[in-house]
Design a binder for this molecule. Sequence first.
Ligand SMILES: *Cc1c(COP(=O)(O)O)cnc(C)c1O
Length: 389
Amino acid sequence: MENIQNLTDKYIAKTYNRSPVQLIRGAGSLAYDTEGKRYIDLGSGIAVNQFGIADPDWIQAVTVQLSCLQHTSNLYYSEPAARLAKILCQRTGMERVFFSNSGAEANECAIKTARRRAFLTYGDESHSTIITLRDSFHGRTVTTLSATGQDSFHTEFGPFTPGFVYAQPGDVADLHRLADSTDCCAVMLETIQGEGGVNVLDEAYVQAAWELCRQRDMLLIVDEVQTGNGRTGSLYSYTHYGITPDIVTTAKGLAGGLPMGATLLGSRCADVLTPGSHGSTFGGNPVAAAGAVNIINRIDEGLLAGVLQRETLIRDLLAGAKGVIDVTGRGLMLGIRCEKPAGEIVAQAARAGVLVLTAKDKVRLLPALNIPEHLLQEAIEILKRVIAE
Ligand SMILES: *Cc1c(COP(=O)(O)O)cnc(C)c1O
């Protein structure tokens, strides 16, 4: 048998630093590698497998659709995407959905919508600027790299898309200063900055951003690619803030493990995109959409209460633990600041049978929303030992 690590290193573009782990199967929050070693998965493939690995109910929904029709293109009508759009709109109060295949694409659509709306209003590109936040992450395309408020992403691939300015998170005056000095069409933010270090924005700040957008005829875009789909204990995290965004983007966990992005459009921009102004060959793919209908329908009050209960369990187990400085985040999107380097903890935890992630200098937990509490407890005890060592 060929060595997969060698094949990967030889033939796949070298864009990732991989752990020396090759997972081949799993069930729920347990994953197994080629040697049959068992791992408790607290990463969910980066917040993607919302109901864990090989969830039987989700497999059923996906395979029924797969055996009927795998793809139609958007030249024709298709039931799964239409049903999914209705569910998403009814559960959020948004009015229309554009489907794509990733978080970056969902954000591209949001950016295009905000800019087209401003273009239609002013008749030119004078109001094309979008305010995003320092330490944000919005994707890897040239435009979403521009939107990402981290200088380290703004090099080597230029020229980058112009028209983004960066505000200091939590600083309302900075937001107003930027809006005063540039004609803007939108503010784009994550309520919890994921890749930026699991930083939770405070309520007053997010509400001030929303107020600003309404005063200045700007759109508030909330990037819920990571925070969405039940992750923080509500279907979308903006509902914790008492605001109504104009655009919500999501992807990662939406279809439970299949590639899908969605851009939810509110009343101020629901009709901005018209035939020919945007599109995607795979967007709204029936198999992915059938998976997403299954996932979203199962994110109900009971499931969400369970997410918050699991958060409490994790926080209680980590409280006062040796080597733990603090825990940030919400629901099952948590960042642990430790005395030891996060990268070391991730590697040692994997050897001890627990899969976790990093976010900047923190250890990041993104377990399945339905992880059994006994597995969660077992995993956190192992993690505590690794952190304390
Ligand atoms: C992961 C992520 C993205 C990018 O999603 P892709 O599917 O990798 O393109 C964008 N925004 C946020 C907040 C993310 O966490």
